[in-house]
Ligand binder design. Structure first.
Ligand code: SER
Length: 316
């Protein structure tokens, strides 16, 4: 099958990411232990930015101001969902950081270039979101203007909307959402860093969540629009009274879930259908004597139920 022959493998995708970052003069920091040392805030590392918190606050990093990593993470909040096509507890994140070096003007065009030119995603299926503003920080007009310019370079006249249900209508490509969607921080204690963010979504063409009915929004659980990366503009820190204060530097903190990204690039709607999980699934077949069932996209509900146990075991 020609499609399979030319499809990028997960290893090729990782290499592509590493090359892209090195071309942009970033240094790779190693994958750290899942168990945090000297950090009582969390049991397991749950995002790629963990080793960088102090440096986002201004401490000088020995490897410089431009960094990237591929970090293994554990997030248990979705453990009850594991078994469907989309959830994981153990996953990897690709990430890049600017520690007070470049800001939105380099991150956002780079983000699009990586996904479209290097990973080969169809720009016509890409949508983005930005922070629409509140009492702490204003609407992120800078990102809105940048995204318009970036889309234009790819031949698209992108328009802005604050209605998440406008997705798929007209030229709406850029969506302004509130704090629940477009603001990132780890916790809510003094010293936490955070800021507005800009996420990218990929249109899967169908609702991949068989339990979703009714209209579709950019940020809902229908599975139609899948989040494939988040650029956080970390520029604030919580003070003693839990008020946000400006940090001394403006940082970029980008993270993207690798398994999800691979499924989008490989054109499958089930993350467990990628080459990351196929060998594990095969091994479970051998051990259990049960068969992974390949079903058509139209059989989503059946498919989700059929392979549920396979996925749960594969994730664990
Ligand atoms: N910190 C952000 C996240 O985890 C981006 O790295 O989504």
């Amino acid at each position: 099958n020609l499609l399979i022959l030319i499809m990028k493998t997960s290893n090729e995708i990782k290499k592509e990411f590493i090359n892209f970052m090195e071309d942009r003069v970033h240094k790779m920091i190693p994958n750290i232990s899942l168990i945090l040392i000297n950090d009582p805030s969390l049991l397991f590392v749950n995002s790629g930015m963990f080793p960088l918190v102090n440096y986002l606050m201004g401490e000088e990093h020995p490897m410089g101001k431009r960094l990237f990593n591929i970090q293994r993470c554990v997030r248990t909040q979705d453990i009850e969902e594991v078994g469907d096509t989309r959830h994981h507890t153990l996953f990897e994140m690709i990430g890049n950081w600017s520690l007070g070096d470049y800001f939105k003007e380099m991150q956002l065009p780079g983000f699009m270039e990586l996904y479209v030119k290097r990973f080969g995603l169809d720009v016509n299926k890409i949508y983005v979101t930005v922070f629409k503003g509140d009492e702490v920080a204003p609407r992120d007009d800078e990102s809105i203007e940048l995204w318009k310019k970036i889309y234009k370079e790819y031949g698209i006249e992108a328009e802005y909307s604050e209605d998440p249900y406008d997705v798929g209508k007209g030229n709406f490509r850029i969506f302004g959402l509130d704090k629940g969607d477009n603001w990132w921080q780890r916790g809510n204690t003094p010293g936490e860093v955070g800021g507005p963010d800009s996420e990218m979504f990929f249109d899967m063409g169908v609702n991949t969540n068989p339990n979703h009915t009714g209209p579709v929004a950019i940020n809902d659980e229908s599975g139609r629009y899948v989040e494939i990366g988040n650029s956080v503009f970390i520029q604030f820190k919580l003070d003693e009274n839990l008020n946000w204060q400006q940090l001394s530097q403006k940082n970029v903190d980008f993270g993207g879930g690798f398994e999800r990204m691979v499924s989008v690039i490989q054109g499958v709607i089930d993350n467990y259908d990628t080459d990351l999980f196929k060998p594990i699934i095969k091994h479970i077949e051998e051990l259990s004597g049960k068969i992974w069932k390949d079903t058509e996209i139209t059989d989503l509900k059946v498919r989700e139920a059929q392979n549920f146990n396979f996925r749960a075991v594969a994730d664990h």
